[in-house]
Each structure stands twice: as structure tokens, then as C-alpha cells.
Design a protein around this ligand. Structure first.
Ligand code: HEC
Length: 201
């Protein structure tokens, strides 16, 4: 074996080592790039879960918001509805039915309006505060298959305001709830009374 051939062998071995080293470096980099991805993903998931928390919190009932509803503000909110509805006495039906007297009135019963089967099928029922609350929060969720192309009013204050205004557009408005529904208030008050009474006894 002459030195030329030895060189070739060494060269071959060297090239092989370089190749192995190269693969090691590349895979190392791939590994390094992949590692941070996982914790990053998990952190994002945690944030999402935290964000979902408050959204899941139950909304207070209609009466709570209606007790302090601002009918004047409701007239402004009604601009969202005015493309399809009016609430004037004897007003014409448009894309949606005339809404005069709708609060406390029958569902799907305006003369001359062609209701969907979803609302037409509720005939005999009445639009009270709670049913309007559900309908205006999400028409689609309240009556699947209805034809009111409106996503709903997500802010409970706005929903209450427009219901209060609609209630005023009626020959016989319903009395709005007057006291906010506060389940904790009486309990806290009596607990305070107990504390106050304790030293005296
Ligand atoms: C894009 C048009 C459109 C908009 C915007 C719209 N509505 Fe309607 N609305 C309709 C249609 C159409 C119906 C009838 C639905 C059916 O028959 O399924 C309807 C039905 C109703 C009913 C039931 C009436 C009845 O006689 O039973 C109420 C109440 C109502 N809408 C209130 C509102 C309010 C309040 C807003 C605004 C916050 C609003 N709508 C926005 C088209 C609309």
C-alpha cells in the first residue's frame, strides 16, 4: 500500500466523519428548533384557557339590566334594526315586521308579514322581556331557521336599552322591573345586622 492509497483511505474516512458530523449538526439544529415550539404552544394554550374564563361567566338575568335600562339610548341602538323594522303605530312591514307593541305582544302575528316557519311556529306565545332577551342576544340560537339576518346584540346594556325603548313604542307598555336582582344583598345585610347586634347581647 503506497502513501497515495493510504491518503485515499484517510481521505475517505475523513469525508465520512465530516458527513456524520454534518448530519449531527443539522439534526441538532432541527432538534433545537423543535424544542422551544412545544413550551410555546403550551403557553399559548394556557392563555387561551385564561381568556375563556371570564367569557364563560354566566350573564346576569334580563331583569337586572332592564331595571336600569336607558330607553333613550335604546332609540339609538334601534338604528341597528331600522334597516328592516320600524316601531311606529300602524307602520308598514319592511324586510322585517312592524314592531309597534311587540313587547308583550304575540310572536309572529303582524298582519301581512310572511314569517318563517321558525317564528310562525311560535304562534300563541308572547314576546315578554325574557323571550325578547333571548331573541335579541342571538336570533339564530333562539329560533333556528328564522329569517332575521341579524347576529344579535352582545352587550347586555344595549339589549336592555332597545327592549326598554321598544316597550315605550306601545299602546300598553309593560312595567319594567324596578329593582336589580341582587341575591347577595339581603344575606350581606342580615350578616351585618348580626355583627352589629352581637356586642349588645
Ligand atoms: C336585516 C334585517 C333585520 C334586522 C337588521 C333586524 N331584524 Fe328583526 N326581523 C327581521 C325579519 C326578516 C324578521 C322575521 C323573522 C322570521 O320570520 O323568521 C324579524 C323579526 C323580529 C321580531 C319578531 C317580530 C314578531 O312579529 O314576532 C323582533 C322582536 C325583531 N325582529 C326585533 C329586531 C330588533 C330589536 C332588531 C335590532 C336590534 C332587529 N330585529 C334587527 C329582520 C331584521
Amino acid at each position: 500500500m503506497d502513501s497515495f492509497e493510504l491518503n485515499k483511505i484517510f481521505g475517505g474516512v475523513l469525508a465520512g466523519m465530516v458527513a456524520v458530523l454534518g448530519v449531527a449538526i443539522v439534526s441538532d439544529e432541527m432538534f433545537a428548533r423543535h424544542l422551544p415550539e412545544k413550551p410555546g404552544y403550551e403557553v399559548a394554550g394556557g392563555e387561551e384557557a385564561a381568556e375563556a374564563g371570564p367569557a364563560v361567566e354566566a350573564e346576569k338575568p334580563a331583569a337586572f339590566f332592564l331595571a336600569s335600562a336607558d330607553a333613550a339610548k335604546g332609540e339609538a341602538v334601534f338604528k341597528k334594526c331600522a334597516a328592516c323594522h320600524n316601531a311606529a303605530a300602524g307602520g308598514a312591514n319592511g324586510t322585517g315586521p312592524n314592531l309597534h307593541g311587540v313587547v308583550g305582544g304575540p310572536i309572529g302575528a303582524k298582519a301581512g308579514f310572511n314569517y318563517s316557519a321558525a317564528l310562525g311556529g311560535m304562534k300563541g306565545k308572547v314576546w315578554d322581556f325574557d323571550s325578547l332577551w333571548g331573541w335579541l342576544k342571538s336570533p339564530k340560537a333562539y329560533a333556528a331557521g328564522n329569517k332575521m339576518s341579524f347576529a344579535g346584540i352582545s352587550k347586555p346594556e344595549d339589549r336592555a336599552a332597545v327592549i326598554a325603548w321598544l316597550n315605550s313604542q306601545s299602546a300598553s307598555p309593560l312595567p319594567l322591573p324596578v329593582v336589580p336582582v341582587e341575591e347577595t344583598a339581603p344575606a350581606a345585610a342580615s350578616a351585618e345586622a348580626d355583627v352589629a347586634a352581637a356586642p349588645a347581647a
